[in-house]
Design a protein around this ligand. Structure first.
Ligand code: FMN
Length: 443
């Protein structure tokens, strides 16, 4: 099984200062040409998939410096992800298309239908990143006064995922003969109405779309709490993880894979992708210089606002060259990323300012910076030592960072026998080495 590679498909970039770099795309907000070009670069590099993170709101209005500079994951100039990936499906042929949708502020019928549509439009390349929504403020756009507590969010998410899968199984794979001669558009013996009545949802079904090409679209998640990990064990095909050290990543890998047996699943049925920023260049020194140039584009005030946002800790006004404040369990509760940042600061004895600077590329400061050889060495170690099954990569600056990764690092990984030279299958599931689930109603 080759290493899995996912590309961050945000054409507005990932590093906080990135959009200001001279090589970054001009006018990146809601720019469809850029999105298409990024997708084609990733496909030329034989990436398994493009990944679009998402939220449903405009963040940071309470953090004036950050709001004005627009932080990366929150730049309110992005497209609704399934809409964008439907367009990208028409300019790509092989690469998987993974969009984020929330189980907290959406409905399972809508999600099942949207992703089934994307799967048909792309001929079997759709994936759903299931989130319970990390940004609390999104709640205010969906008839709530406050974010739904995590326990309830995950309780709803478990039922939501089961309903979505049930709706995808509404029809046998051969339910639509569309036979002009006999007048039979569909076979009425090949439909199954879900008739779901649960704690959170009442959904009659069936879904008004044929079964997805992949049977079920590939399900991703990234929850790092106990409930998040249980959800992944029950329902996910892939998990995005953020762990700052290979030791922590190995523990998470073993933990997640160890939870699968309870659900009658084998360890290889769940793939773990480690989130990392990779800055590759011809030489180590060139890559390091690029990272310094990016960091220099971010004023201190913006960097501290960003650190406060990612950890939930009040860092503004504290001595910048002093240590990070003690973690408040309350604030860190909802985000594994915040925990990873604090763990890194403690382990490496970083000051407030050093920690703020370290996380500017995002991915909680997980970074590989250097020549193709240095980058491939680290990736190979993580992969061979079972810290992950692959990587979700942000490559500053877009598009040149991704181009350099494809030109320099991909051939090195191929030479080492770690990565594919061509796509193995026509579907995302096939390329990931995941089986197509049978329909339980029509064996
Ligand atoms: C690589 C990665 C991508 C993520 N993308 C999103 C996203 O697009 N939208 C979102 O609301 N949360 C996203 N998250 C946050 C997770 O869904 C999750 O809420 C977080 O890791 C905290 O875990 P917990 O929900 O179990 O506490 C992402 C996390 C990681 C590690």
């Amino acid at each position: 099984m080759p290493m899995i590679l996912a590309a961050n498909a945000n054409a507005q970039g990932s590093h906080v200062g990135e959009w200001r770099h001279p090589h970054a795309w001009d006018r990146p907000a809601a720019n469809i040409e850029n999105a298409g070009r990024l997708a084609r670069i990733a496909e030329a590099g034989k990436f398994d998939l493009l990944f679009l993170a998402d939220g449903n709101g405009v963040r940071n209005q309470d953090k004036p410096d950050l709001f004005a500079a627009t932080s990366p994951s929150d730049r309110p100039g992005v497209f609704e992800p399934v809409t964008l990936l439907s367009a990208l499906a028409m300019v790509t042929r092989h690469i998987g298309l993974v969009a984020t949708a929330t189980t907290t502020y959406d409905e399972p019928y809508h999600v099942a239908r949207r992703f089934a549509s994307l799967d048909h439009i792309s001929r079997g390349r759709a994936g759903w990143n299931l989130v319970t929504t990390s940004n609390a403020g999104d709640a205010l756009n969906f008839n709530h006064d406050a974010h739904v507590p995590r326990e309830q969010r995950y309780d709803r998410a478990m039922e939501f995922a089961a309903v979505v899968k049930g709706l995808w199984d509404s029809w046998a794979d051969d339910a639509f003969p569309q036979d002009k001669a006999s007048g039979r558009f569909l076979d009425p013996a090949k439909v199954h109405a879900l008739a779901h009545k649960g704690t959170h949802f009442q959904v009659a079904g069936p879904m008004n779309a044929p079964r997805p090409v992949q049977g079920h679209c590939v399900i991703f998640s990234a929850g790092q709490s106990e409930q998040g990990k249980d959800l992944a064990a029950a329902h996910s095909d892939c998990v995005f993880a953020i762990e700052g050290t290979i030791e922590r990543a190995k523990l998470l890998h073993a933990d997640l894979k160890g939870r699968l047996a309870r659900h009658g699943r084998a360890p290889e049925e769940l793939k773990i992708l480690s989130g990392v920023t990779i800055c590759a260049a011809e030489t180590d020194a060139e890559a390091e210089a690029l990272m310094r140039a990016l960091d220099d584009l971010v004023p201190d005030a913006v960097a501290f606002d960003y650190l406060a946002k990612m950890t939930g800790l009040k860092v503004q006004g504290l001595p910048p060259d002093g240590p990070m404040p003690a973690p408040e369990a309350e604030h860190l509760g909802p985000t594994g990323i915040g925990k990873a940042i604090v763990a890194m600061a403690v382990a490496e004895g970083l000051t407030l300012r050093q920690t703020a600077r370290r996380i500017l590329p995002q991915m909680a400061g997980n970074m590989i910076v250097g020549s193709a050889r240095r980058v491939a060495d680290t990736m190979e170690a993580w992969y061979r030592e079972k810290a992950c099954d692959g990587f979700m990569i942000a490559a500053p600056v877009v598009p040149t960072g991704l181009e350099r990764f494809v030109r320099l690092v991909v051939p090195e990984l191929q030479r080492r026998g770690l990565f594919r030279r061509d796509y193995e299958a026509t579907t995302l599931r096939g390329n990931l080495g995941l089986a197509r689930p049978p329909n339980p109603w029509f064996a």
